[in-house]
Every structure is written in C-alpha cells, then in structure tokens.
Design a protein around this ligand. Sequence first.
Ligand SMILES: NC(=O)c1ccc[n+]([C@@H]2O[C@H](COP(=O)([O-])OP(=O)(O)OC[C@H]3O[C@@H](n4cnc5c(N)ncnc54)[C@H](O)[C@@H]3O)[C@@H](O)[C@H]2O)c1
Length: 361
Amino acid sequence: MTLRTTIVGCGAVAQRLYRKPLQALDKSGLVRVHALVEPVAHHAETFGAFFPKAARYADLDEALSASQSELTLILSPAHLHSAQAVKVLQSGSHVLCEKPMASTPEECARMNAAAVQAKRVLAIGMVRRFFPAYAQLCRLLQDDQLGRLLAFDYREGHKFDWDVTTPAAFRPRREGGTGVLFDIGPHAIDHLSWTIGDLTVSSYRDDALAGIESNAHLDVVSRACRGIVRLSWNDPQSNELRVIGERGEAVLRVGQFSHLAVRRSSTFEPQRIDVSFAADAEARPKRRLTPGNYQEAIYCQIVQTIRAIALSEPPAVDGRSGEACIALLTDALTKAEPQEMPWLQPAHQSAVRRLHWSQRA
Ligand SMILES: NC(=O)c1ccc[n+]([C@@H]2O[C@H](COP(=O)([O-])OP(=O)(O)OC[C@H]3O[C@@H](n4cnc5c(N)ncnc54)[C@H](O)[C@@H]3O)[C@@H](O)[C@H]2O)c1
C-alpha cells in the first residue's frame, strides 16, 4: 500500500525533521510524496529538490482542486493548522498535523468534527511519544513501580535556537500565549498527561509585556499529585522531569532518547530501555525501531499514522488528546498573572506588573 502524500509547509520542521524520514518512506513505498504546498518559492525549492516528482503549489486550495491525496502532513505555522486541516479532511485525506494542534480549543473542535464527519484519521504530531526513554517512564508509572505519586517537577529551557524560517511563531495576540507556552508547552503537557494522567492548571505566570512570553510557569494538579512546569526560551533550566513516588523517584532528561534513571533506595540506577515501535504497516510488524534521534522518531510517528489509516490502530496522539492539550494551555491563559521579577527594584516591579498583558483592560 502506497499513500499519495501532500506536505503543507516546507519550512524548518519539514526540512530538519521530516525530510529524511519521508525520503526513506518514499523509497520503501509506504508513501509517495506527490504534492508540496508552500507559498515561499525558496522553501519549496529547497525541500522540493529532494522530491523531484512532487508537484508544487503556492496555495492549498489550488493543490486540493488539482489532485487527491490519501495522507496530508500539515507542517505550516500553528495559526493555519485548523483551517487547513478542516479543508484537507473535507477533501477526503487523512491528516497528520504538527503540534500545537491549533491556537484555540474551538479551532481544535472544528478539526475533530471534520475528521468525524469525513471518517478520516486526524493524528497530532507529538514526536516525543516516540522517544524510547519517555515511553519507558510511562510504562514504569503504569506498572506502579514508584508507588503512590507524591509530586513531579518539569523544567525545560535554554536559549531559543530553533532556526525557524518565518516569524509566524512570534505573533503576539491579545489573549497571550503564542510564545514558549504554545511552543514547548504542547510537548510538555502532552508528555505529562500521557505519563501522569489528566492535568488541571491551578496557577499560571508569564513574562509577556507588549510581545510574547519567553518564560511560562504553570502549577498543575493531577488526580494523583501536584506538579510544576517551568518553560523558558532564554533561561537555562535543568531540563529534566523528576517524578517522586512513595517507593522511589525517576528522572528523565528532556530530549534524551535512551537515558532514564530510577532511585528505589539511596542511589539512582540507569533503567534498561526496552521500548520499540513498529517500522512498517504489516499487521504483525516485520521490523521494529528503537529511535535514537529525531528523524527516527518522526519516521515511527508517520508509520504509526499510516497504521492508524491501514489497520485502524489508534494514532499515538489523536485529535481529542490534542484538543485536551490546547484546552489546558488556554485555561492557563485565563489564570495569567505577571511573573515575579524579584531582581528588579520594588518600584520597577510594580511598573512591570502594570505592563503585563493580563493587567490591561
Ligand atoms: N515536533 C517538533 O519538535 C517541532 C519542531 C519545530 C516546529 N514544530 C511545529 O511545526 C510547525 C512549523 O514550524 P516551523 O519551525 O517549520 O516554522 P517555519 O516558519 O520555519 O515553517 C513554516 C512553513 O510554512 C509555510 N507556510 C506559510 N503559510 C503557508 C500556507 N498558507 N500554506 C502552506 N505553507 C505555508 C512557510 O512559508 C514556511 O515555509 C509549527 O506548528 C511548529 O510548532 C514542531
């Protein structure tokens, strides 16, 4: 089975993370990249050079009226995801849409309704679901190996260095939240909800004044325990998830594929990683893969989407999970407070508080 596949958006994520897995899948015959939708000619040329047989379109409507796809990957900026996914689903194509699923829960709901109506798969790209160490931690908690959970602490931050090709990720909006919260936030919240269970936000603070937030602090609650989430685009963090239970503690380094440490007595021990993912679309996979880098994880994510289409397996992240993630991030914004800045003089602190987006009428 070969799925005629369209790529919508040929920017940084397409070039850096999707290009190699798509070439491999194209070679193996699971997909045939037959159309690219990209308004910037230079991006279409850079990406299209690797898929010389793919037709190039500057506009999605033009592509939809010219050809029919079975699978469409939406890799465009987040504010376009909902309208594009709805059109694509209505055209009869299945969709794998990069994170964040959309900008608001309403946009997500429209995507889910379109998928149900068209009877098509809507999968959300959350590549970290295919990081073996992340899946191992999830399994460890499901197996109750840490006992009753007491707390968790998630910190992810470093100087922003993703070489985006357009400024779309830096669009301020009245209700906040287009900076780090909707960039790293979906990865963090999806991972935590998957690992620890459904979360609700008890408080949220960020540092956005006239622009977008570079730092976001969430205090969250699950059925089991409380936790904190600290995200930053400019303040280096410990970059780890620490989960503390009655019988032990686990530490996962953010972005690590194969390292997970667990303490059951006084010292931390490395945990054996034995997770793998289907690497083909056979009902009984002939090949499995333990991803060791982003491209291999993306490869498994696309294969999982193909398996959802061909074998009715659930995608790793479906539209309902994607919507729940955006609903949580949106709920955080309704609770927004200015982040404390104790390094400023008291008079400056109150002046800065007044400038915070949440304080404006
Ligand atoms: N999974 C990950 O780790 C990861 C990493 C980076 C980005 N992303 C996500 O991928 C998406 C794209 O991010 P990026 O970093 O590639 O951004 P980018 O700005 O570099 O690329 C977006 C591309 O979409 C194109 N585009 C703009 N309008 C379009 C339209 N109407 N139709 C089709 N294409 C259009 C742009 O010209 C550009 O080439 C975002 O949702 C982002 O959050 C995910």
